[in-house]
Design a binder for this molecule. Structure first.
Ligand code: BGC
Length: 810
């Protein structure tokens, strides 16, 4: 019997209470089963760059509170490999560690698209390009699931900022949504077939993603998804509309009275029993799949996994600059290593993805082991900034007379953390001053960057070489040493553009937003924008140097049955070292009437070549590579006409070009008159044109007034009245304690709290009835506050009288 049929047979035997229990978690990390029917609950755990299985009774994200696991490079690093095979292997290795810990579902990968380098969670996401992000996510999912562990693809959808992440409304036009923001999910869902899809906290065009009927219908109907739709943790705004819209499972879903609300709603007819059955069926199928999965043979070899993490870290690092062939360095050189980050590297981001690494190496150790004359200067003190001027002067002095200097710089830990967006594009000023001083003293300096996202490189002209390490995981230090000394040839390519300044970025002026995030740039994300606006960039998408060189020739194109195109070309290693080239094929429409990016990535091929070796590479182009989302017919369609196929080493380095004519199935869509700034892109996207594109006015945020507060009101909104203000003062004390007295960090935490809904109090163990009572108090309804505080009996009476089925937030 097919899994879903088996699940249906189980659900037919369940009581309503059992079904409702299946649709909410047992606790933070466990799903309920139905013991009476022999259905076992399962364990889920965070990732996605390794397993973060929380130790019992620990709710923090301190690394020591989770079981030791292999720490892989984060997604923004792994993406620079442009290598789905490595992503598959990473997924499989993480899956094996899940198996060893009895974990059935890993909460990842994250496939959200990047709008700005400032997103605090950029390190957890792959790329600014949906083709690349979708391919890598699908491969990682397949890897995980190959050993019987499910993936939870997240955060569905349009979750591209952390500011006000639980409440912000991503306002996006239909084309951008389909062609950019949903496209990576679409590929990953259809080709990776994840067991779970996790909805995002935010709203999308007005509705919370977890209770967005159109979004969930598209997932199920159009993409054929049959797995579980799970909420992000504490992200359910209202459980009944969520289940009605097609969400299956609320996590953690405890202590918030939602289970009772579901039962009440089914009883009163507000929620069709069929909707509950459907959700229970999906969760049951997951439990059955997980039980089967746990029987699959597997081997978990942590040493092999660390070696794999090292391979990925090596393949991910991007050589941005290498003037005069300064790199690779040599062990015989008189070397100076500068930067505390060389000893205490940044190798992962903060928040729910934070891993307790079972193996962690350090760049300084790896270099000192190899280089006989190797000295070290801290250059800056991450904990005691007062020492920075003195340390900078010492480092610059020590750099004089050295053959080569390796200077490690990077973003501070708090800059890249879930829940917060970055405040600055630049590196910390003391590090910029250090780079300037050291390069003046010795231009034979290599700057190594540790950051999960692009940083401003205003100082780029000064060092002779720059190597972007990203957040390279537990093996980052050994990887750095191997690349610096030429034991490995760098081959990573940027999965996101490095703009010159923040003002150059496509969402500048609109990012991060508060409650209403206007995606004015529409489909001009990343290189699509820089190319359309003809903006110079620091380093383009797809860019990366090597210690060798490659030549391209002979691009041919052949049309296959069904309209698929097969492009071929030859790539030759013309240098003296072995290395990998990542050949990229971009499609550039030549006659399209609908507005479009000048070119977009449509295929890639990674090829390893010995010196002098030449190989043929192959690119498969499905019809979708030429399609746009036609809002008139609500489907992807192709405008017939000529398209250039451009093959090269980055989005701005095309080496070969061929024009093809593609038959169309769409009418021309000339909106030039109505949307001039989307045709001639200069970086301004006026509101009036954006509204034309949206087909409606941009919504305005109106804060709730006294009398309108609910469990979904944020602490910031509640603080408009006296009780809320008092509560916020108390929260500020907690924030100060959490920030160890640091004023800037306290402010950051308070800003996050201001955007956190009251309902999240349940996750910290505060009973829902007290939260309801507090909302009533803020509304000035003291009798109701007392009634709510009195408990379930009073609640039931209220539900009966109000006739609202006891729905949260009413
Ligand atoms: C994050 C998810 C994560 C979940 C569980 C949420 O706050 O957004 O990515 O998987 O917590 O830790």
């Amino acid at each position: 019997m097919e899994l879903n049929e088996q699940a249906r047979a189980y659900v037919a035997q369940m009581t309503r209470a059992e079904k409702a229990a299946l649709c909410t978690g047992a606790d933070f990390w466990h799903l309920n089963g139905v013991a009476r029917l022999g259905l076992k609950g399962i364990t889920v755990a965070d990732g996605p760059h390794g397993l973060r299985k929380q130790l019992e009774h620990h709710d923090s994200t301190r690394p020591s509170d989770s079981v030791p696991a292999t720490c892989f490079p984060t997604a923004s690093a792994a993406a620079c490999t442009f290598d789905p095979e490595l992503a598959f292997e990473m997924g499989r290795a993480i899956g094996e560690e899940c198996r060893a810990e009895g974990v059935s579902v890993l909460l990842g990968p994250g496939v959200n698209l990047k709008r700005s380098p400032l997103c605090g969670r950029n390190f957890e996401y792959f790329s600014e390009d949906p083709y690349l992000a979708g391919r890598l996510a699908a491969a990682m999912i397949l890897g995980l699931q190959s050993v019987g562990v499910g993936a939870a693809l997240k955060h569905f959808a349009a979750n591209s900022q952390e500011t006000a992440r639980q409440e912000t409304d991503s306002v996006i036009d239909e084309r951008a949504l389909r062609e950019i923001y949903l496209s990576a999910f679409e590929y990953a869902v259809q080709h990776g077939r994840p067991w779970c899809v996790m909805t995002a906290y935010n709203r999308l065009n007005g509705s919370y993603c977890g209770e967005h009927p159109a979004l969930l219908e598209l997932l199920r109907r159009e993409w054929g998804y049959r797995g579980v739709v799970v909420s992000d943790w504490g992200g359910v705004h209202e459980i009944v509309p969520s289940l009605a819209a097609g969400m299956d499972l609320e996590m953690p879903g405890v202590r918030n009275g939602h289970r009772e609300q579901v039962l009440g709603a089914v009883e009163s007819g507000a929620l069709p029993e069929a909707a509950l059955d459907q959700a229970a069926e999906h969760v049951t199928a997951l439990l059955l799949r997980a039980a089967e999965g746990q029987k699959k043979p597997y081997v978990c070899d942590l040493d092999a996994h660390h070696a794999l993490a090292l391979r990925i870290a090596c393949a991910a690092a991007v050589l941005l600059k290498n003037e005069g062939g300064l790199l690779p360095g040599r062990a015989a050189q008189k070397t100076l290593v500068i930067g505390q980050l060389a000893r205490e590297g940044r190798y992962q981001g903060s928040g729910s993805s934070r891993i307790h690494p079972c193996a962690l190496d350090c760049a300084w150790d790896a270099l000192a082991r190899r280089i006989p004359d190797c000295a070290y200067e801290p250059g800056y003190d991450l904990r005691h900034p007062a020492r920075n001027a003195e340390l900078c002067a010492r480092a610059a002095q020590a750099a004089r007379g050295r053959d080569i200097v390796y200077l490690f710089a990077g973003l501070p830990e708090e800059a890249e953390c879930e829940g917060f967006d970055r405040e600055r594009f630049a590196l910390p000023p003391e590090q910029v001053a250090l780079i300037e001083a050291v390069c003046r003293a010795n231009p034979d300096t290599v700057v190594l960057l540790q950051a999960g996202s692009p940083v401003e490189l205003s100082w780029e002209a000064l060092p002779r070489a720059i190597l972007m390490l990203y957040l390279g995981g537990g093996a980052h230090g050994e990887a750095a040493a191997r690349l610096l000394l030429g034991e490995q040839t760098p081959c990573g390519r940027l999965a996101e553009t490095f703009p010159l300044t923040l003002a150059d970025t496509p969402a500048a002026g609109h990012y991060p937003a508060g409650r209403v995030a206007q995606y004015r740039e529409s489909l001009y994300t990343g290189y699509r924008f820089y190319d359309a606006a003809a903006r110079p960039v620091r380093y383009p998408f797809g860019y990366g140097l090597s210690y060798t060189t490659f030549a391209y020739r002979d691009l041919t194109v052949e049309t296959r049955e069904g309209g698929e195109l097969l492009a071929r070309c030859r790539v030759k290693n013309t240098g003296a070292r072995a290395g990998c080239e990542i050949a990229q094929l971009y499609v550039a429409p030549l006659e399209m009437t609908a507005f479009h990016a000048p070119a977009q990535l449509a295929a890639m091929a990674k090829v390893y070549l010995e010196p002098g070796e030449e190989k043929e590479v192959l690119f498969r182009l499905e019809r979708r590579c030429f399609a746009f989302y036609d809002v008139r017919t609500r489907r992807f369609a192709v405008e017939g006409g000529r398209y250039a196929l451009c093959v090269g080493a980055s989005s701005r380095d095309f080496r070969l070009r061929q024009t093809v004519t593609v038959p169309g199935d769409a009418q021309p869509l000339d909106q030039r008159a109505a949307l001039p700034h989307y045709y001639k892109v200069d970086g301004t996207f006026p509101k009036a044109e954006f509204e034309t594109l949206l087909g409606r006015p941009v919504p305005r945020y109106r804060p709730p007034q006294k009398g309108e507060y609910t469990l979904n009101s944020t602490f910031g909104e509640l603080a408009r009245g006296v009780p809320g203000r008092v509560l916020f003062r108390v929260l500020r004390l907690f924030a100060r304690r959490a920030a160890h007295g640091d004023a800037a960090q306290t402010e950051r935490i308070c800003r996050m709290l201001a955007d956190t809904p009251l309902r999240q109090g349940c996750q910290s163990g505060i009973p829902e009835k007290l939260l309801r009572a507090f909302a009533a108090l803020c509304n000035g309804d003291y009798r109701r506050a007392l009634r709510e505080a009195a408990g379930p009996a009073a609640q039931k009476a209220r539900g009966d009288r109000d006739g609202n089925g006891g729905r949260c937030g009413t």
